[in-house]
Design a protein around this ligand. Structure first.
Ligand SMILES: [Mn+2]
Length: 328
């Protein structure tokens, strides 16, 4: 197995000899995905490369500030413009498996001859020609090390996007994936000018009125079971749009259930279509929701996992509760 320095040297060698570089992220892109894409993209543009970045539906509301730094296309836009294009190099970031780029981007990925994966999910099956997979808080930590090792110029913008990536993937430096190395890198990024209070306001606090009403609605749907140790919430598209919110506003809803002191397992059932739902699961102390999700064909971490189930909300809730009660 190659060590980190060899991997970085190999990746930067590929970058040097490439003129056109495609950078892809996963569906429902988050701060780490946007941050690592934008940081690499800005550096490659500075080096004179032609760069295209794409993930999901493009930049989401909380990450609007990145629009001034670099263009991040939606999967659909990239597919329409570049489905027949051969790039010299394709790099996926924060993407745990090839299919996670989504079906359109997977088609574009598949026609490329040279690929690199930079990721922090240790379950990554190494689907690229060069795979730098390391168990770290975020892909942004790896991208930071790549930039430092290759002598890149770390601007305030680069520091901002990488700090955003680390901050969001560690739940503001509170999840167990946060290491002393994470804090060291964060401190370096602050030295490079990362605007931490601006980022906290944009990413953590800023919320539309619609998203706020959606929080109220989701709490309204909440039911508690087993001495209030299991909490279940559900939202449909009609409800999301009825509140004036967007699907991306569902991202942190589950925490309102999870954070209740008596709750061990929190469940959010979210409509994909009327007969198909995404189930998000959180646990606090002892319940292993990754195993739970795996029973339903999903996966994740011990305290945060998910799966997709067919059926109505009522049917799925019944099924999930039956299983959850075994873990309590
Ligand atoms: Mn990540």
């Amino acid at each position: 197995m190659k060590n980190k320095n060899e991997l970085i040297a190999e990746i930067s060698g590929l970058v040097e000899k490439s003129n056109t570089i495609l950078i892809l992220g996963h569906v429902s892109p988050d701060g780490d995905c946007f941050g690592s894409m934008a940081a690499l993209g800005m550096e490659f543009i500075r080096k004179g490369k032609t760069v295209r970045c794409a993930a999901g539906d493009g930049l989401t509301y909380k990450y609007e500030f990145i629009r001034d730094y670099i263009e991040i296309l939606s999967a659909e836009e990239l597919y329409d413009l570049y489905k027949d294009t051969d790039f010299d190099l394709v790099i996926t970031v924060d993407t745990a498996d090839k299919y996670r780029v989504g079906s359109l981007l997977e088609k574009v990925f598949d026609r490329q001859k040279c690929s690199v994966a930079i990721d922090h999910h240790i379950t990554n099956p190494c689907f690229s020609n060069v795979n730098w997979i390391e168990d770290r808080s975020s892909a942004s930590e790896l991208v930071y090390e790549y930039l430092v090792e290759t002598g890149a110029d770390i601007s305030v913008r680069t520091a901002n996007v990488l700090f955003a990536g680390i901050m969001t993937d560690t739940g503001n430096f509170t999840y167990s994936n946060t290491t002393s190395k994470t804090f060291e890198i964060a401190a370096e990024l602050v030295k490079y000018g990362a605007e931490t209070s601006f980022l906290a306001e944009e990413i953590d606090r800023k919320r539309t009125l619609g998203a706020t009403l959606l929080v109220a609605h989701a709490i309204d749907t909440m039911t508690l079971h087993h001495d209030n140790r299991i909490a279940v919430m559900s939202v449909s598209y009609d409800e999301i749009y009825g509140c004036g919110a967007l699907p991306e506003d569902c991202e942190n809803l589950i925490n309102f259930a999870r954070d209740i002191d008596s709750v061990e397992i929190a469940v959010l059932i979210r409509e994909i279509n009327p007969l198909r739902h995404k189930v998000s699961l959180r646990s606090k102390k002892y319940a292993d929701v990754a195993k739970f999700a795996a029973c339903f064909g999903g996966g994740g971490h011990k305290h945060a996992a998910g799966c997709t189930l067919d059926g109505t909300t009522v049917e799925i809730k019944k099924k999930i509760l039956e299983e959850a009660e075994k873990l309590i």
